[in-house]
Design a binder for this molecule. Structure first.
Ligand code: NAP
Length: 348
């Protein structure tokens, strides 16, 4: 898909772990042109290169290095604002900016459960964008990304759910350090270690899939019925969340049936050929030792999920492994794809 004129965008929380990823991924984007960046009052008024502790391996783009950082409550010219603000402040600021007519594509948890806000994974529930019409924001709106572990998980589950139904789900995550933001977890806590607790994360994994897989009934989402249990662990990996998953199906399916629906799976982002849409959303690895974070997190621009080790389970019906890049597919890249979807649907 091509557009005639690029759309100006801003990034809120531009100095953080996800904000930096936005800046990197928005370079030379065919739809969007980065015009404004904002962060806390600690950074506002400074040149971006002075305000940021750049932690990405790709170099800080020159065009952004000299931009002056705004405060997130300043006036913005861009209709579309990507939000990667700390959750302690994101809720109120996003409400205020949407009320001023901006479209907010948010990574923060604050608005995910608002009845009129889509919790969007464009390959899974693009129809939920219809909720935006019910919002009351003066021509603006809010669309949210789910939690970074939820995104890879629901991508892998979607074709299984559509074809065979899922009654129960158990997931255990091994989550990367970048998921905790910067500076994140102290080195003495995580080197030579695994921390078997991530605050609030199990609750998100146990509830968000129900909204994402829910039915859009014109004005609201009817939550999907599914029993979910989650356990989350922080591990010493920089990027890429690995999850081991067990599922109990409604209908019988063979390993071959599941592999086939995974390999066939494509959705609206692929139909529109959106710039950040992975060509193939789910890749299956037949090698027993794959997928692995270091080797496979960047698959298909970091936007695909990698699956492997699909086999029978003695407790449930099947078990498998899924991996996705938490700051790309699980945050900035996922949010950019949400915005591309809104452009494709004529909403921006
Ligand atoms: P982070 O590295 O801690 O960055 C937080 C950002 O928020 C910084 O730019 C910071 O600016 C800004 N900020 C802090 N206080 C502020 C204030 N009072 N007003 C305006 N801006 C303020 O966090 P992160 O990991 O990038 O996460 C950002 C958001 O995305 C969080 O809500 C997080 O839960 C969510 N998320 C993260 C991931 C991930 O993988 N990391 C994935 C999905 C969702 P200063 O530098 O000026 O302090």
């Amino acid at each position: 898909m091509n557009i005639s004129k690029k759309i100006s965008v801003g990034v809120l929380g531009a100095t953080g772990s996800v904000g930096q990823k936005f800046i990197s991924l928005l370079q030379n984007h065919p739809f969007f042109e980065l015009k404004e960046i904002a962060a806390s009052d600690r950074s506002a008024g400074k040149k971006y290169s002075d305000a940021v502790n750049w932690i990405l391996s790709d170099s800080l783009p020159e065009s952004v290095a000299n931009m002056v950082v705004k405060s997130c409550t300043d006036k913005f010219e861009s209709k579309l604002l990507f939000s990667a603000m700390d959750a302690s402040v994101a809720g109120e600021i996003e409400t205020e900016l949407a009320g001023r007519g901006h479209f907010i594509a948010s990574n923060s948890k604050n608005h995910r459960w608002d009845a009129d806000v889509p919790l969007l994974v464009p390959e899974v529930n693009a129809d939920h964008l219809g909720l935006v019409k019910t919002q009351n924001y003066n021509g603006g709106g809010i669309v949210t990304n789910p939690n970074c572990s939820t995104i890879g998980l629901v991508l892998a589950l979607k074709p299984i759910l559509d074809n065979f139904g899922i009654e129960q789900l158990n997931v255990v995550t091994m989550q990367a350090l970048s998921g905790a933001g910067y500076p994140g977890v102290s080195s003495l806590d995580i080197i030579d270690n695994v921390v078997p607790f991530i605050g609030g994360e199990e609750e998100k994994l146990e509830t968000e899939p129900k909204k994402i897989f829910g039915k859009f009934a014109g004005i609201a989402i009817e939550l999907a019925e599914m029993k979910i249990s989650a356990q989350t662990n922080r591990v010493s990996v920089i990027d890429g969340h690995l999850e081991t998953v067990q599922i109990k199906l409604r209908d019988k399916a063979s390993v071959k049936d599941i592999l086939e629906v995974w390999s066939r799976f494509k959705a609206e982002p692929q139909d529109f050929d959106l710039p950040f849409a992975p060509k193939q959303p789910i890749h299956y690895f037949t090698e027993h030792k794959y997928p692995q974070p270091r080797l496979h997190r960047n698959l298909d621009k970091g936007m695909a999920c990698a699956t492997g080790r699909l086999r029978h389970c003695n407790l449930f019906d099947y078990k498998f492994v899924v991996l996705s890049h938490n700051t790309v597919r699980g945050a900035a890249g996922g949010s950019i794809l949400c915005a591309e979807m809104m452009v494709a649907k004529g909403m921006i």
